[in-house]
Design a binder for this molecule. Structure first.
Ligand SMILES: Cc1ncc(COP(=O)(O)O)c(C=O)c1O
Length: 376
């Protein structure tokens, strides 16, 4: 059997990974500033993580949500503490798309409404509702098309106000990334997020903060949206949550009331997933990784802004977009092949930095030196 070929890949096989480095089949070392797409939050093969996951596997790896799983409560408690949302409720699932799918479903149950506002440039995943609120017609199959989703210009307060004035009583939810990732590292403005909050309050709609990529401490705040100083009703999270173990969730405001069967999943919240997620939060807390993300992120951003060759540097903390002119379109590939540095990309010429939250200044300098050589 062949693989169903949907991924353009780099011809590299990773054989070993430790901290912010990975090694290929020829034992060549690479600096990983991509983290397998913002997934590696506490560094590859972190010893506390490896121990917690293997110890758990020695006891029980999986049982379904038909029995008590006290690790889920421990995880909810720790997440409440670290994220500062002590009174929120946690529903566990398996991927970012599934988290958004459940968030949208919950918003619709809660309001009894169907319409969702999403924004130009948004990416929320590939399952049916998640892809319907994603602004990329190429990946929306005919069966995912719906009249229920309205795309508005990003960061346009007047357009949002007009939409609410026209059909506010039909709107179940507004869904927005704190910083658009796939869209090219475009932060939602603070004023825009505040406007979403106040319009959702006024019209009793649900504010969904897609924190799948920008959340989990990456920007220095646990949720990037919280820079706006207002709370979302539901935060979806995934990538950094399990440091590579597939685990996701939604953090749900106290006003939502669950009933048995309202949401559900076979694998979500299993023992191994909870052990992985707890290990991540313990390391984030013990090693002050939110502070490190902010500090090293600020350093990278300020150094990158000194390059006159760069069109724009966007982002916060360790979610950074380096927008390059066409003449420097080759830089991303050369970082990988000449300097052995993994970075991410967004189109057309944006390099995305999404490293582990515990990278050091010397990792940052290794990248800045290579970048300097390539753009000068
Ligand atoms: C902002 C955002 N939301 C949702 C998703 C979907 O997550 P997953 O691939 O785990 O389904 C992604 C993935 O890139 C994302 O960046």
């Amino acid at each position: 059997m062949k693989l169903y070929d949907v991924y353009p890949i780099n011809e590299i096989e990773i054989k070993k990974a430790q901290g912010s480095y990975v090694w290929d089949e020829n034992n060549k070392q690479y600096l990983d500033l991509y983290g397998g797409h913002a997934v590696i939050s506490i560094g590859h093969s972190h010893p506390h993580y490896v121990k917690r996951v293997t110890d758990q596997l020695d006891q029980v790896g999986f049982y379904s949500n038909s029995v008590k799983i006290p690790l889920q409560e421990k995880l909810a408690e720790k997440l409440g503490q670290v994220s500062g949302k002590l009174d929120y409720q946690l529903f566990l699932c398996n991927s970012g798309a599934e988290a958004n799918e459940n968030a949208l479903k919950l918003a619709s149950f809660y309001t009894g409404r169907k319409k969702v506002i999403a924004f130009k440039g948004a990416f929320h995943g590939r399952t049916s509702l998640a892809v319907a609120v994603t602004d990329n017609p190429k990946i929306v199959a005919p069966i995912n098309q719906t009249e229920n989703v309205v795309f508005l210009p990003h960061n346009d307060e007047a357009a949002l106000e007009t939409a609410f004035q026209s059909y506010g009583n039909e709107i179940a939810a507004v869904i927005i990334e704190g910083i658009q990732g796939v869209g090219g590292i475009i932060p939602a403005s603070i004023a825009f997020l505040q406007k979403i909050r106040s319009l959702c309050d006024q019209y009793n709609a649900v504010y969904i903060a897609d924190s799948v990529q920008c959340g989990y401490g990456r920007t220095g705040q646990f949720y990037a949206h919280d820079y706006a100083g207002v709370q979302a009703d539901i935060y979806s999270m995934a990538k950094g949550m399990g440091n590579g173990f597939p685990v996701a969730g939604i953090s749900i405001a106290p006003k939502f009331s669950p009933w048995h069967g309202q949401l559900g999943t076979t694998f979500g919240g299993n023992h191994l997933a909870c052990a992985a997620a707890l290990a991540v939060l313990e390391v984030i807390e013990q090693d002050n990784l939110l502070q490190n993300a902010e500090q090293i992120g600020n350093y990278l951003i300020s150094e990158l802004k000194k390059f006159q060759e760069v069109k724009e540097v966007r982002g916060r903390g360790l979610m950074i977009g380096i927008d390059l002119p066409d003449s420097l379109a080759h830089v991303k590939k050369e970082l990988l092949w000449k300097y052995q540095i993994f970075t991410g990309e967004a189109k057309p010429n944006v390099i995305r930095l999404l490293p582990a939250l515990n990278i050091t200044q010397s990792h940052a300098d290794q990248f800045l030196n290579a970048f300097h050589q390539l753009v000068k």
